[in-house]
Design a protein around this ligand. Structure first.
Ligand code: IPD
Ligand code: CA
Ligand code: CA
Length: 261
C-alpha cells in the first residue's frame, strides 16, 4: 500500500472507532490538570493507529498524545499522532473532532492526514503534492482584509502567556469581529487549508495538534509560523500557531503581533 493510502486507511479506521462510541457514555479521567481529559476512546483509537504503524513500519518512531514519545528528536521518520483531537467536544456530544496523523523528519512535516468521522471529511497532503479534501484539491482563501476575515482564536490556560495573548486579541478586535473557537486545533488547521477559515491563531499547543495541519496549509498555499513569524518546529513541545494566506499573515504579524519585517 502507498504511504498516503496507508495514512488514510488508518485515519479512517480510527475514525470509525470514535464514531461508533459517539453516542455511548464514555469512561474518562483527568490527565496533567483539571480540564485536561482523556477517554477510553482516545486510548482505543491510539492503540489501533499505533498497532497498524508498528505492524507496517516496525522501525519507525512514534510520538502519540496518550503514550508519549519514542524518538521525536530522531533524524528518522516520526509518526505524530493525535488519536482524537477535540476530546471535550466529543465528551459533550458536539460533533466537531477528528483524528490527526502527521509524518515528520527533523521536526519538518512530510505528510499528513486529518479525518473528521462525523462529516466523513478526509483532509490529506504530502510534501510537493498539494492539499486535498475527499479527492478535491483545496487551497486557502484569498481574503485580504481583516474586516471581513473569519478568524479562529484560542489559548490554553495551562501553558500560555495570557497577558500577551490578550494583547493580541485586543489588537485583533479593532479590525475584525468574526471570531470562532472550535475546540479542535487540527480541524481548525484543516479549515484554514480549505478556505473555510481565513486565519487561525492559538498558543499552548502540542506537536500532535498541528503535525498534519502545518503541511496541509502550506501545500494549500498558506503560511504557518509562530507568533513571531518563525517557522514551526514539530520537536518543540509548546507550539504557537499563526496561519492564513500570505497577505493576511503579514498583516496579522504587523498589526496584531507587532512584528515588522
Ligand atoms: C485540544 C484541542 C483544543 C485545543 C487544545 C488541545 P485534545 O486537543 O485541540 O481545541 O485548544 O489545546 O489540547 O486534548 O482534544 O486532543
Ligand atoms: Ca489535540
Ligand atoms: Ca487528543
Amino acid at each position: 500500500m502507498e504511504l498516503q493510502d496507508f495514512l488514510q486507511d488508518i485515519a479512517r479506521g480510527a475514525g470509525q472507532i470514535i464514531k461508533d462510541k459517539y453516542h455511548v457514555t464514555k469512561i474518562w479521567r483527568t490527565k496533567s490538570s483539571p480540564g485536561d481529559i482523556v477517554t477510553e476512546v482516545d486510548e482505543a483509537s491510539e492503540k489501533y493507529v499505533m498497532d497498524r504503524i508498528h505492524q507496517e513500519f516496525p522501525n519507525d518512531h512514534i510520538l502519540s498524545e496518550e503514550s508519549g514519545a519514542s524518538g521525536i528528536g530522531e533524524p528518522d521518520r516520526v509518526w505524530i499522532i493525535d488519536p482524537l483531537d477535540g476530546t471535550r467536544n466529543y465528551m459533550m456530544g458536539i460533533p466537531f473532532f477528528c483524528v490527526s496523523i502527521g509524518i515528520a523528519r527533523n521536526g519538518v512535516p512530510e505528510a499528513g492526514v486529518i479525518y473528521d468521522p462525523i462529516h466523513d471529511e478526509m483532509f490529506y497532503t504530502e510534501r510537493g503534492k498539494g492539499a486535498w479534501l475527499n479527492g478535491e484539491r483545496i487551497s486557502v482563501c484569498n481574503e485580504v482584509t481583516l474586516d471581513d476575515s473569519l478568524i479562529s482564536v484560542s489559548w490554553v490556560k495551562r501553558k500560555v502567556d495570557r497577558k500577551r495573548f490578550i494583547e493580541y486579541l485586543d489588537n485583533l478586535s479593532k479590525d475584525t469581529s468574526y471570531f470562532r473557537r472550535f475546540g479542535s486545533a487540527a480541524l481548525a488547521t484543516a479549515y484554514v487549508a480549505c478556505g473555510r477559515l481565513h486565519a487561525y491563531l492559538q498558543g499552548g499547543l502540542n506537536p500532535w495538534d498541528v503535525a498534519a495541519g502545518v503541511l496541509l496549509i502550506e501545500e494549500a498555499g498558506g503560511v504557518v509560523t509562530d507568533f513571531k513569524g518563525n517557522p514551526l518546529d514539530l520537536r518543540n513541545p509548546d507550539i504557537e500557531i499563526l496561519t492564513s494566506n500570505p497577505d493576511l499573515h503579514e498583516m496579522l504579524l504587523n498589526q496584531v503581533m507587532g512584528i515588522r519585517k
